[in-house]
Design a protein around this ligand. Sequence first.
Ligand code: COI
Length: 363
Amino acid sequence: MTTPTPISLTRTQQPAAKPDDASLSFGKVLTDHMFVMNYTEGKGWHDPRVVPYAPLSMDPATSVLHYGQAVFDGLKAFRGADGKIRLFRAQRHAERLNKSCRALCIPEMDVELVRRSFEAIVEADHDWVPHAKGTSLYIRPTVIATDVMLGVHPAHSYTYFVICSPVGAYYKEGVKPVRILATDNHVRAVQGGLGEAKTAANYAASLSAQQEAEKLGYTQVLWLDGVERKWIDEVGTMNIMMQIGDEVITPPLAGTILDGVTRNSILQLLRDWGVKVSERKVSIDEVMQAGRDGTLKEMWGTGTAAVVSPVGELGYKGEKIAIGNGQTGALTQKLYDAIVGIQYGTAPDAHGWTSEVKVPVAA
Ligand code: COI
């Protein structure tokens, strides 16, 4: 048996004051520590460590700043009703980060070490995991290319870091319907591109469409495929699902969309419950028609940040379709409650999705 790579710990001498749980929004407050590990050619990934949170010092010619060779992921730690701290699907997030690395020509890491990096940072910052209902500690693992050079090719050196932010419920009211706009002016990703990787470029590609949608009073963009501009891909930064008649439909993982961890969890729950689920292509015309004839019952986005985000209105080519009278649907609410119950340890975790982070016992 090989001994696991040790992760060193240097504690901050200047712990920051923690915010009130009631004041938490998304990603604005960062914790006291960060996990860091470096890659150099010939040496591989080395020096995994938890250190005081600090700015990264970078040469202006560092390659990530110019060509975006960067990947990230996002997962959460929850303080349960029983006081235990649990990570949700840490292993799957670690595997997905490596998959994103492959897509961006970044050397893969040891998945087990990545999973332990999540535990190590939460252990160091365990008193930053907020207590109030609906709050959590958002964990942001990121890998960046650090070569100092202006040539366009995969770098020879990288930094992996993990930072954390105590976050509030995505919506203060819990689950709240949003208005979304399907666009055929902009595309987020194409087959053969980077759509299935969690990489900065996909988010940069989304900004101008998002801004346009907001100007028209919508919260998110419903992305259509890049070729025919007809097939539904994703919504905002989330996967999309809808119930038409008795069928729950979500676009297949066919190269342009992210393999969402919440998407996967929800599909599993629906199958557990005996709901008819199809991972199939679904066109905007099919959805608009279902909206007109009343068979479009519910629609929701899925993601780590919001868990599920109900869609109350869909706009496309000047037409507006109200979904479920603009209210959160029963299935959407049931899915939200089921996932949140598992995350906070108030519902049985039948699939072993959570893992407890053991924290030091106070002396
Ligand atoms: C999520 O829904 O979890 C996301 O990916 C959003 C994140 C980029 C803030």
